[in-house]
Design a protein around this ligand. Structure first.
Ligand code: SF4
Ligand code: SF4
Length: 400
């Protein structure tokens, strides 16, 4: 149980020491250091001094967003049609979800806002390809793999084998689901460090899964809620339910900003700054444990800086905890074909029409992490935050 592996390695002339134990992982070097608690997910990064904040990880990425499948049947457990929606859950008329998206025949209900546009005709990443990729990063500063799967975590028969392999090599597997069976919940509790449950039409499906995951022993169970004009009422409804104690076992609710991509491109709109602000202030007043994705950092910083009702000390705390976009700096994404992109939203956009093949590369550092295309991205992303210390989205400027 006290197995501890210390490894020394060098990247681009910089020396690093990596210590990996069953309970924690840490990296030490002159300018880049971190501590990661594998049980609680606590993570702290610093540079030359504890006050320094490194601009990127020179030793490779910390978080890998790995697409394991593009096959998804959406929410099928309890598909709600217009007639079946209980009165108190109805979406108000002015924000009604688009009607052409009604549940199609059979038991297949693709989500209207799926930015990946996943459906039944997708592909799976094989265990062999996953292993090839993770093994290429022999200096494993990687702390977590966030698997991108289907609503039920059932499309890819190799998914749990990949998660188990993560554990074997000292990396924590995480996942987002929305419609999992009791059997899958047990398997997730056995292997995952954290699980996020997406909140869709039927809030009770989400709340029940959160409760069961927590009863199964997971302490890091979050709700992911898409923050858009059309789903704003769901966000408000969920935070009110949390305040009333109707979501036992929940760690936090995380709001994900809308990126106009895939099926979310045409039928969904971003919330106004005023709506963003009132949701945040409501959560603050009601002591809701909540967070935003890093794509929301720009709005969040503006709000916290400008809002007079937030006390100075609390402002400072919020600003310190705000992590702007880290894609290509500390985290990255691979699609089901093993191609690298800074994040899943950048795939096939602008200069990232084509990714870099992690699966077929010879040298992770030369061919991916320090590839000129990635270096160029990284410099521009770092520069975008020079003025106000908050990096901006380079791909969807409208969210900044
Ligand atoms: S949003 Fe998630 S659950 Fe819905 S179709 Fe896409 S991948 Fe599946
Ligand atoms: S590049 Fe844009 S969409 Fe991707 S993680 Fe960063 S802010 Fe979000």
């Amino acid at each position: 149980m006290n197995k501890q592996i210390a490894k020394e390695f060098e990247v681009k002339g910089q020396k690093f020491t990596l210590i990996d134990t069953p309970l924690f992982k840490c990296v030490r070097s002159k300018e880049y250091n971190y501590d990661f608690d594998k049980k609680t997910g606590y993570f702290a990064r610093w540079g030359k001094t504890m006050q320094d904040d490194p601009q990127f990880s020179p030793a490779g990425f910390e978080i890998w967003d790995c697409e394991a499948t593009t096959i998804c049947s959406g929410m099928t457990s309890k598909v709600l049609t217009e007639q079946k929606v209980p009165t108190e859950q109805k979406v108000p008329t002015e924000q009604k979800v688009p009607t052409e998206q009604k549940v199609p025949q059979g038991n297949y209900s693709p989500c209207r806002f799926c930015y990946k546009a996943n459906n039944l005709k997708g592909k799976n990443l094989s265990f062999a390809d996953f292993k090839t990729m993770i093994d290429k990063m022999s200096n494993r500063v990687l702390t977590q793999v966030a698997f991108g799967a289907d609503s039920k975590a059932e499309s890819n028969p190799d998914l749990f084998k990949m998660m188990q392999y993560c554990r074997e090599v000292g990396v924590i597997p995480n996942i987002t689901v929305s419609d999992v069976s009791d059997e899958t919940i047990k398997k997730l509790c056995n292997v995952c460090g954290a699980v996020a449950v997406s909140r869709y039409e039927d809030k009770q499906i989400c709340y029940d899964i959160v409760r069961k995951l927590s009863e199964g022993g997971l302490s890091q169970v979050n709700i992911h809620s898409l923050l858009s004009l059309q789903t704003y009422d769901w966000c408000m409804e969920t935070v009110k339910d949390i305040a009333k104690g109707k979501v036992p076992g929940l760690n936090a609710i995380v709001f994900l900003s809308l990126k106009k991509k895939g099926r979310a491109k045409n039928n969904f709109d971003s919330v106004s700054y005023e709506q963003f602000k009132s949701l945040f202030l409501w959560c603050m007043e009601n002591k809701i444990s909540m967070g935003f994705d890093s794509c929301s950092a720009s709005r969040f910083m503006k709000l916290v800086t400008e809002e007079d009702s937030i006390e100075k000390e609390i402002k400072k705390k919020y600003i310190q905890s705000c992590e702007p976009c880290e894609s290509g700096l500390f985290s990255f994404y691979t699609n089901v074909d093993g191609d690298y992109f800074p994040c899943s939203f950048t795939e096939k956009e602008n200069e990232w029409k084509n990714g870099l093949s992690l699966l077929n590369c010879n040298n992770f550092y030369e061919d991916i992490w320090y590839h000129p295309k990635n270096e160029n991205w990284r410099q521009r992303l770092i520069q975008s935050g020079c003025k106000d210390n908050c990096r901006k989205c380079l791909t969807f400027p409208e969210i900044n």
